[in-house]
Design a protein around this ligand. Structure first.
Ligand code: NAD
Length: 512
């Protein structure tokens, strides 16, 4: 028996009903035992919670594991542990914190294959994309291990000769971190890397659908030597989420809340955090426009559209959601995009090497996409590709033409593999449609006209703009939105600032 097999902790199998025969096979999650953790991680200890909740493979509906269903008591214990650990973690030198984060990065890289499998099985993402997520996720540990040593304060010229003005940067304290299922690993490290680098300690509540990736990160944190209480994970079911969320957003020992998820949930958490005036970072929903001007290189635009729309089956907050194409290239763009969809997209279980389109996270998500398609068709849109809901939560990649700004799909975030294409005539018209939204996370446009590139990049009401590029995320750049897409920025040199207070120290009585 190989070491690998002997470490196999859990094996699940299932068949995918309703898919082509070629895809019918057994699917098994085979992960090195220490990485498949199912208890909460509080104060450096693995703890049970009296009850458990199931984690399902969204492709098959099969149960992958049962995870400790933490409640408010465990959340409070985690906050207390984080508060106690903060007293010593903030004294650890930046260099030592940097070394520990770097070790965590190295371990994530070492275990990337198993970490990617966990993502594929609990969130449905194709394995190639899951590997990409782990590399992206680990890159925040690497980036913030470097940034930890670059937190500089200021010495400011004083107006008085007997005083010095110093601006000190200090960690804010305990941060509550609440994350979504669509990037089960990267949405945690983008926050935690910055928080720990700054000297904060954290309590993470992962999404109920994807706790395994969060718990695997805790295992690697422990192996890296992150001290007990600095990184805590409180997994819980959908039922217990509001009570756990309440502790994380209202406990007086928590200084900061950082959330990624829907705008509706973000508003609930902000309201709860208001009573104790906590700092808040909010990465919320998007509704990205993707604009193709007449001057665009159409092949590049199609490439960008494929990349920005179909990643994670359309379930990313920066996925293009509304396609606006100028009249002169409208038919050509539709034709080439349709052909690219035929050639490149393959539906299946995420662990199949040829799969590019896994399931949506649940049947409710597929139903939402279906409803948007029916609404668009009932108002005159034409289905050029797909249009159908398959079994379970699988959805056909769908291309719609003749879409108008009144249709549901152009008014709300889809979070699925739907490409609704509107026609426009002038730049002003495109900008008016693109900016007619109460959210503004990402936006994309394709143009070869330099003056237009400046005009449109400045005029789009978004926090992230891709010019002739469909894939933008990287730890070196800021991530975050305007309007109701959120507050604050993650990644880049600005990400760490979200976890720091600036203290003005006036050193007086200095006789000249
Ligand atoms: P969601 O808001 O339903 O859930 C996100 C997290 O909030 C989960 O952990 C969930 O358990 C938790 N939650 C829900 N109600 C809560 C409560 N009352 N108290 C405490 N926690 C609570 O969002 P989702 O469906 O998981 O994710 C999809 C949404 O996230 C989309 O709108 C997408 O655009 C957005 N998103 C944004 C970004 C970004 O960086 N801006 C990144 C990924 C996803």
């Amino acid at each position: 028996m190989s070491l690998r097999t002997s470490l196999l902790l859990r094996q699940v199998s299932a068949r995918l009903p309703g898919l082509p025969a070629a895809m019918q096979r057994l699917y098994s999650l085979d992960v090195a035992a220490p990485l498949l953790r199912t208890q909460g991680y509080l104060g450096g200890r693995w703890v049970s919670a009296g009850s458990e909740f199931p984690v399902l493979d969204p492709a098959t509906g099969q149960e992958l594991a049962r995870v400790a269903d933490c409640g408010p008591a465990e959340a409070k214990r985690a906050v207390d542990a984080a508060y106690e650990a903060f007293q010593s973690w903030k004294q650890v030198t930046a260099k030592e914190r940097s070394v520990l984060l770097r070790k965590w990065f190295d371990l994530m890289t070492l275990h990337k294959d198993d970490l990617a499998k966990l993502i594929t099985f609990e969130c449905g993402k194709p394995l190639r994309e899951s590997l990409g997520e782990i590399s992206y996720s680990a890159s925040f540990m690497e980036w913030f291990s470097e940034e930890a040593r670059r937190v500089y304060g200021d010495i400011v010229p004083s107006p008085a000769r007997d005083r010095k003005i110093l601006l000190l940067k200090q960690p804010v304290g305990v941060a509550s971190i609440i994350t979504p299922w669509n990037f089960p690993s990267a949405m945690i490290t983008r926050k935690v890397g910055a928080a720990l680098a700054a000297g904060c300690t954290v309590v993470v509540k992962p999404a109920e659908d994807t706790p395994l990736s969060a718990l695997a990160l805790a295992e690697l944190a422990e192996q890296a030597g992150i001290p007990a209480g600095v990184f805590n994970v409180v997994p819980c079911s959908r039922e217990k989420t509001p009570a756990v969320g309440k502790v994380l957003c209202t406990d007086p020992l928590v200084a900061k809340i950082s959330f990624t998820g829907s705008t509706a949930t973000g508003k609930i958490l902000l309201k709860m955090a208001a009573d104790t005036v906590k700092k808040a970072s909010m990465e919320l929903g998007g509704h990205a426009p993707f604009i193709v001007f007449d001057s665009a290189d159409i092949d590049e635009a199609v490439k960008g559209a494929m990349a920005s729309k179909f990643r994670n089956s359309g379930q990313t907050c920066v996925c293009s959601n509304r396609f606006l194409v100028q009249s002169g290239v409208y038919e050509r763009f539709l034709d080439r995009l349709g052909r690219a969809m035929d050639e490149e997209l393959r539906i299946g279980h995420g662990s199949e090497p040829e799969t590019t389109q896994g399931p949506l996270i649940n049947a409710r998500a597929a139903e939402k996409v279906s409803q948007q398609i029916s609404d668009a068709v009932s108002r005159g849109a034409k289905v050029l590709r797909g249009g159908n809901r398959l079994h379970g939560s699988f959805m056909e990649p769908t291309l719609l033409s003749d879409v108008t700004a009144e249709m549901l799909c152009t008014r709300e975030e889809t979070f699925g593999p739907l490409v609704p294409v509107l026609r426009f005539n002038t730049e002003d018209e495109a900008l008016a449609v693109a900016n007619a939204s109460n959210v503004g996370l990402a936006g994309y446009f394709y143009s070869q006209d330099l003056a237009q590139i400046w005009r449109v990049a400045e005029a789009l009401e978004v926090g992230i703009v891709g010019v002739n590029e469909g894939l933008l995320s990287t730890p070196e750049a800021t991530f975050g939105g305007v309007k109701q897409s959120g507050l604050g920025r993650e990644g880049s040199k600005y990400g760490i600032e979200e976890y720091l207070d600036v203290k003005y120290m006036c050193l007086g009585g200095l006789r000249p």
